[in-house]
Design a protein around this ligand. Structure first.
Ligand code: AHM
Ligand code: MG
Length: 336
C-alpha cells in the first residue's frame, strides 16, 4: 500500500524541513481545514439541509447573501475564535473585523476569508469554495484594528482554498510551493494527493466572463480578440475557453492544467477597479499561483505588491500561466 501523508504530517514535516510553520500557524491551518470539512458537509446536504437560497440579508458590498455564505462565515468564526492562534479575523461577508473576544488568548496571526466563493453557483450544484489568507500582526501595540490588516499580499504567511466539487480539495501554500490535499470521506482525513504543483508557462485556455466584453478596456479586448482569431490570427493557435464563475474552481483548473483567469475593469463602473476583492480573493490566489510558478497582476502591477487602503477593496485580476499573464499585462502597460 502506498504511504498516505495526512495534512498534520505534512505540516509537521514542512516545519522540520523549512521552519515555516510554527505551532500557532499549524493550529490555524488545521482549524481552517476542519472548518472547511464542516462547510463541505453543509454544501453536500443541499436542499436536504435547508441550506440553499437567499439568507434575506445584504453584505457590506450590497450583495445579497446566500444562506451558505452566512453559515460558512459562522463556521469559520466559531472554529477559529478560541484556539489562541489569532488576534482577529476579516471576512468578505462582514462589515468590519472580528476581534478575538477577551475570554480567549490572543495569537499573533490574522485570518481573512471569502467563506463561500462562487455564491451564484450554490443553488445550481456547481463547484464553490472557501478562500483564506493569513497575515502576521506586525505592530506591537495592544489591541487590533483594521489598519493591522492593510498589508501587501507579499507579506502573507499562508494562503489556501478549498473546492467543494466532485471531490473536496484543499490547496495550501506557506511560501514553499503549493500542496494539494483531498478529503477522504471515510476516514475524515485530508490526504496529500499532490505536492509541488506547477502551472505550465504556456497555455491555450482562457477564463473570462465574455458577456462583459463590450465594456472592457481596449487592451483587454485586443487580447481576447487575438485569442478568438485562433490559428490564422496573430497568435497562430486555437484557444479554448472555460468560465465556471467560481474563482476557486477556475483557479483550481489553472493549477491543474494551466490557463489564464481574468476579471478586468469594466467601463460601467469606471471608479471600481474590478469585481473581485483584493484581500479575500486576489491576494491569496496570487500567492498560490506565484508559488506554483505562475504570475498575477492587476493588468499593470504585481498584485502581491499592492498596498491595500481598505479591507473590502476591489481589484482587477489577471492570473495563471506566466507567458499569457505577461502578454495581457504588457498590452495594458503599452496602452498607458
Ligand atoms: P462571490 O465571492 O460573491 O461569490 O463573487 C466572486 C465570484 C468569483 O468566484 C467569480 O470569478 C466571479 O464572482 C463570477 O462573476 P460573474 O458572475 O460576473 O461571472
Ligand atoms: Mg468570492
Amino acid at each position: 500500500m502506498t504511504k498516505r501523508v495526512s495534512l498534520t504530517q505534512y505540516l509537521v514535516e514542512q516545519q522540520r524541513e523549512h521552519g515555516l510553520i510554527p505551532a500557532q500557524l499549524r493550529l490555524l491551518i488545521e482549524v481552517v481545514a476542519r472548518a472547511c470539512k464542516r462547510i463541505a458537509i453543509a454544501v453536500n446536504k443541499g436542499a436536504l439541509g435547508d441550506v440553499l437560497g437567499s439568507a434575506g440579508t445584504d453584505n457590506v458590498q450590497g450583495e445579497v447573501q446566500k444562506k451558505l455564505d452566512v453559515i460558512s462565515n459562522e463556521v469559520l468564526i466559531e472554529a477559529n475564535e478560541w484556539g489562541g492562534h489569532l488576534a482577529a479575523m476579516a471576512s468578505e461577508e462582514m462589515d468590519s473585523i472580528h476581534v478575538v473576544p477577551n475570554r480567549y488568548p490572543q495569537g499573533e496571526y490574522m485570518l481573512l476569508f471569502d467563506p463561500l466563493d462562487g455564491s451564484s453557483n450554490i443553488d445550481v450544484n456547481v463547484s464553490i469554495g472557501t478562500i483564506f489568507s493569513v497575515l502576521r500582526k506586525v505592530t506591537n501595540t495592544r489591541g487590533i484594528s483594521e489598519e493591522d490588516f492593510l498589508q501587501p499580499g507579499k507579506q502573507q504567511a499562508a494562503a489556501g482554498y478549498c473546492v467543494y466539487g466532485p471531490q473536496t480539495t484543499l490547496v495550501l501554500t506557506v511560501g514553499s510551493g503549493v500542496a494539494m490535499f483531498t478529503l477522504d470521506r471515510e476516514t475524515g482525513s485530508w490526504i496529500l494527493t499532490e505536492d509541488e504543483l506547477r502551472i505550465p508557462e504556456d497555455t491555450k485556455e482562457f477564463a473570462i466572463n465574455m458577456s462583459n466584453m463590450r465594456h472592457w478596456a481596449p487592451p483587454m479586448r485586443q487580447y481576447i480578440d487575438e485569442c478568438l482569431a485562433g490559428k490564422t490570427g496573430p497568435r497562430g493557435k486555437d484557444f479554448n475557453m472555460r468560465w465556471v464563475a467560481s474563482m476557486v474552481a477556475d483557479v483550481h483548473r489553472i493549477l491543474t492544467r494551466g490557463g489564464v483567469f481574468m476579471y478586468p475593469w469594466d467601463q460601467r463602473e469606471p471608479d471600481k477597479p474590478g469585481k473581485l476583492r483584493l484581500m479575500y480573493e486576489a491576494n491569496p490566489m496570487s500567492f498560490i499561483v506565484e508559488q506554483a510558478g505562475g504570475m498575477a497582476t492587476n493588468t499593470k502591477e504585481r498584485i502581491l505588491d499592492l498596498q491595500p487602503t481598505r479591507l473590502h477593496e476591489r481589484v482587477s485580476v489577471v492570473l495563471g500561466s506566466k507567458n499569457e499573464v505577461e502578454r495581457v499585462t504588457a498590452y495594458h502597460r503599452q496602452a498607458g
